[in-house]
Design a protein. Structure first.
Length: 317
């Protein structure tokens, strides 16, 4: 689906201004201590629900094609964190989109099993979560039909431009159904977790809510974990990213082979991986960068990622 490309020019202050994204306040930041969150739309109802121990829904979805990588894990970390704060987590995998674009049904089922296995391997607690293939839910299929009847081509064109395709509209309609599904399950408050490059999807959700009479969900927008080869991490490009299913040696090799350099160190994927995936202290990383050559920094992160993956893989390289 059409996404805004912010890799080559991520001016986060300009993005925040353009889309009127709000920063988490001090109290909210003390609740969610994640540097990966760029900002939000209407997080207050969710924050209040957490404080009052009221139920709410958390939604973050993925395509059913391709394997999970460290960029995906950023969204999953926050989603499961909010689940552990009292939310019910919904994780739809869009098999309809995958089948339309590049996968057969057998491959999709295989990827679904891989997805759940990766979550278990990385110690995500799957209790109070609903992880499902989109097409397996009759209620969602009904919702898709309602959405297609209610929305017009002009609604999609207004947000995504004239190049939006019919398969794209169908995939977006499926996404909308996944987002509104928790409301049909009795949840009155919901938060959707999106990468900042998916902000147009949030605009479509709000437009659809207004047209169909659904409540408007809250949104958390996340920063982008850059890929190892000058793009954002992508499930369809294994060498561009570190997969959660990689062996410890494979993860190390991918980091070692990363030749990317950025003008701003905060845009460097190895710096981001150190902070966001390895939970290393910023000051420690910046000290290493000052005191060592860049190639030594790469080797340092490669060894750290190997240690992390070896731990996840029960000591196996």
């Amino acid at each position: 689906m059409n996404k805004t490309n912010y890799f080559f020019n991520k001016d986060y202050p300009e993005i925040i201004r353009k889309y009127k994204i709000l920063k988490l306040n001090k109290l909210q930041k003390s609740l969610i201590k994640k540097d990966t969150i760029l900002g939000h739309w209407n997080f207050d109802p969710i924050y209040n629900s957490i404080k009052k121990k009221e139920k709410f829904a958390v939604v973050t979805g993925f395509s059913a094609s391709g394997r999970l990588h460290l960029g995906n894990k950023i969204a999953l970390d926050i989603a499961f964190y909010l689940k552990n704060k009292g939310g019910k987590l919904f994780v739809p995998l869009s098999d309809t989109e995958a089948i339309l674009t590049r996968e057969n049904i057998k491959e999709v089922n295989k990827e679904f099993n891989q997805f759940t296995n990766d979550l278990k391997k990385w110690n995500f607690d799957l209790r109070n979560s609903e992880i499902y293939l989109h097409s397996s839910k009759k209620d969602i299929v009904k919702l898709v039909n309602l959405i297609i009847k209610k929305l017009e081509y002009s609604d999609f064109k207004k947000i995504y431009g004239s190049k939006i395709s019919l398969p794209g509209i169908f995939a977006l309609s499926n996404m909308l159904a996944d987002i509104f599904y928790p409301y049909q399950q009795g949840y009155k408050k919901e938060i959707v977790i999106l990468g900042i490059d998916e902000i147009k999807h949030a605009k479509l959700v709000i437009l659809t809510a207004e047209k169909m009479g659904f409540p408007k969900p809250s949104f958390l927008f996340l920063k982008i974990l850059n890929g190892l080869k000058n793009e954002k991490m992508s499930k369809s490009k294994p060498e561009q990213n570190v997969l959660l299913s990689d062996s410890a040696e494979e993860a190390k090799r991918k980091i070692k082979n990363s030749k990317i350099r950025t003008n701003d160190i905060q845009d460097n994927p190895l710096y981001q991986i150190a902070i966001w995936s390895l939970d290393m202290d910023k000051k420690e990383i910046e000290k290493i960068l000052r005191e060592t050559k860049y190639d030594e920094f790469v080797s340092f992160i490669a060894n750290k990622i190997k240690e992390k993956f070896k731990e996840i893989n029960n000591g196996k390289d």
